[in-house]
Design a protein around this ligand. Structure first.
Ligand code: BGC
Length: 275
């Protein structure tokens, strides 16, 4: 399938992967999952991911991998919810070497956000859209007129002297044993704070808990419209695959180059950076 790509979502408890039809934003065939190795150090996670990708087959297309950390130039810059040994690791090189073909590495929330913007609630949205994934942590993906501003890490905004995600994530709700009614004010306070810093036109809430959005959306009173994500568990896989197809399978463009006589001549272009 010429629009196919592999998407991988690396999480705290599981590594999930699947082949995605990137034109329709849907998984083709089954989703594979293995438990995240413990300790989740780069060597073990990279090896487990490479095995999963091999199981999906050699012809399944380019590979995109979402990792829960800020990623700059394929390198992991933060490790709030992953083993600290990931800090500074050139992840795209490590994954590409283990898999045996180029892999695009991006932040997990950026991947989920890309899928939501392409196929979900952000489909027709203009202006500034903020996609937040509520899980163990809070991931953020910021879009300006559909264009991703990568690795924003807005889950770590400080609130009352604490990391925002430690107070308001779905994981925090579970840890503290809070009902939705008790947790909603914490999420509300977090969203107010983010609004004052980013002023989004639309906020899309993703992560597993968005399935129960009817239990907490009505309790929020923030300025921008807040909606639940349309794509659920597979968003991270779909978005990573979409990114991989965009960056690794881009057709070689021909750009005009000026000759000494003032005429133009076609020169091969380069695929975009994997940031
Ligand atoms: C990390 C982010 C990640 C989010 C969701 C946060 O703790 O810093 O990079 O996107 O968790 O996994």
């Amino acid at each position: 399938m010429s629009t196919g790509a592999i998407g991988v979502d690396i999480g705290g408890s599981g590594i999930k992967a699947g082949v995605v039809d990137t034109r329709r934003g849907e998984l083709v065939g089954e989703r594979l999952r293995v438990p995240t190795p413990k300790p989740a150090v780069p060597e073990t996670v990279v090896a487990a991911t490479a095995e999963l990708i091999a199981d999906l087959g050699p012809d399944a297309g380019p590979v995109g991998i979402g990792v829960p950390g800020a990623i700059v130039g394929g390198r992991v810059m933060t490790a709030a919810n992953i083993d600290e040994s990931w800090l500074g690791v050139q992840a795209s090189e490590a994954f590409s070497a283990a898999v045996g073909r180029p892999c695009v590495v991006l932040n997990d929330a950026d991947a989920a956000g890309l899928a939501e913007m392409r196929f979900g609630e952000g489909r027709r949205a203009k202006g500034v859209v903020l996609v937040l994934t509520l899980g163990t942590g809070i991931g953020s993906a910021l879009f300006v007129d559909g264009q991703l501003v990568p690795s924003t890490e807005l889950g770590h905004i400080e609130i009352r002297g604490k990391d925002g995600e430690r107070r308001a994530s779905a994981g925090a709700r579970e840890r503290k044993g809070l009902s939705f009614a008790r947790w909603a004010p914490l999420l509300n306070e977090y969203l107010h704070r983010v609004d004052q810093l980013v002023w989004p036109d639309l906020v899309i809430l993703g992560g597993g808990i968005s399935r129960k959005a009817d239990k907490f959306l009505p309790l929020l009173d923030v300025r921008p419209p807040v909606v639940a994500a349309a794509l659920r568990n597979q968003a991270g896989i779909v978005g990573a695959a979409v990114r991989a197809r965009e960056l690794l399978a881009a057709p070689r463009r021909r750009t005009a180059r000026r000759t000494t006589r003032g005429a133009t001549r076609a020169a091969p272009g380069r695929a975009g950076s994997a940031r």
